[in-house]
Design a protein around this ligand. Structure first.
Ligand code: HPA
Length: 281
């Protein structure tokens, strides 16, 4: 449960840091998941700030991991990228991104673009495929906003993944002749991969992809009033759907193989947001 008395001063301090370092907030923030790190190279005039300077952001526990925000431009669109996210499977705590996302909102960000690596439940989305998230299934039924006060906690999730932003992303894919699927992302807590029986159940529920992130952040972002878009990169067929054993190394390998294409598409989607009237300040 979020301790607001502890978190709120950290959010204030983080917003002050972001403001003094980068000035006004970009309209768009991106959380970079596994396989998406290459997107940082697409940021023009990139400036970096370590999470260590931002007390509300998840503090890196693993030496050698880059945990930082990167601010710059993708085409005409200014953007802030978050390299490094807290996963629920690291600690059992699903509130790890609350401070970071609330800081972005308080700074003035309007849109959160989430990216992740996922297992595919659909043969027509083999490893390397991209999927726009149209909706999600919170399989663990865990919520990062348990204990929040007021009626705002009863967040409407019926259109959590913004329709206009999805349509924009689809039109970019069409213009680039890229096949980008659309479907339902199912959150599995992890860190173990799923069993084939679990995957059959998720498929029967209507899931198209499965992964260990994104859903807590979407709930936090909607609660904070951010618009959300989600892009999943399929790194493997989910458990039981291929003969290959599931390993972290396999998902990283596939993420690397498709990462450049995914990053290039992301950069085009972000750049095109500069033309969206609904994002103009
Ligand atoms: N399951 C859960 N998370 C994942 C997978 C998967 O198959 N692939 C990449 N992240």
């Amino acid at each position: 449960m979020i301790d607001r008395n502890t978190l709120n001063p950290k959010i204030d301090a983080s917003v002050a840091q972001l403001q003094s370092r980068f000035g006004a907030a970009p309209e768009v923030a991106v959380v970079l998941g596994s396989g998406w790190a290459g997107a940082v190279e697409q940021v023009q005039g990139a400036e970096h700030l370590s999470y260590a300077e931002l007390p509300a952001f998840p503090q890196p526990k693993v030496e050698g991991h880059v945990n930082e925000v990167v601010v710059g431009h993708m085409g005409a669109q200014r953007v802030v990228m978050l390299r490094g996210r807290a996963h629920t499977y690291e600690s059992g705590d699903c509130t790890g991104m609350a401070g970071a996302l609330r800081s972005l909102k308080a700074w003035g960000v309007k849109v959160l673009v989430q990216t992740n690596a996922s297992g595919s439940l659909r043969p027509h989305m083999p490893p390397g495929s991209l999927m726009l998230i149209s909706d999600h299934i919170n399989a663990p039924q865990r919520s990062p906003i348990v204990g929040e006060p007021g009626s705002e906690r009863f967040v409407d999730m019926s259109a959590a993944y913004d329709l206009e932003l999805r349509q924009h992303a689809k039109s970019v894919a069409k213009a680039e002749n890229l096949i980008v699927g659309e479907g339902v992302y199912c959150w599995a807590l992890g860190p173990q991969f799923e069993t084939p029986a679990e995957i059959r159940m998720f498929a029967a529920w209507g899931a198209d992809a499965v992964g260990m992130s994104t859903v807590p952040e979407t709930i936090l972002a909607r609660h904070a009033g951010l618009r959300v878009m989600g892009l999943a990169l399929m790194t493997n067929m989910a458990a039981g759907l291929s003969d290959e054993a599931l390993t972290h190394a396999l998902t990283l390998q596939q993420a690397q193989a498709s990462g450049a294409r995914a990053a290039a598409y992301l950069a085009q989607v972000i750049a095109g947001m500069a033309a969206l009237d609904s994002l103009k300040s």
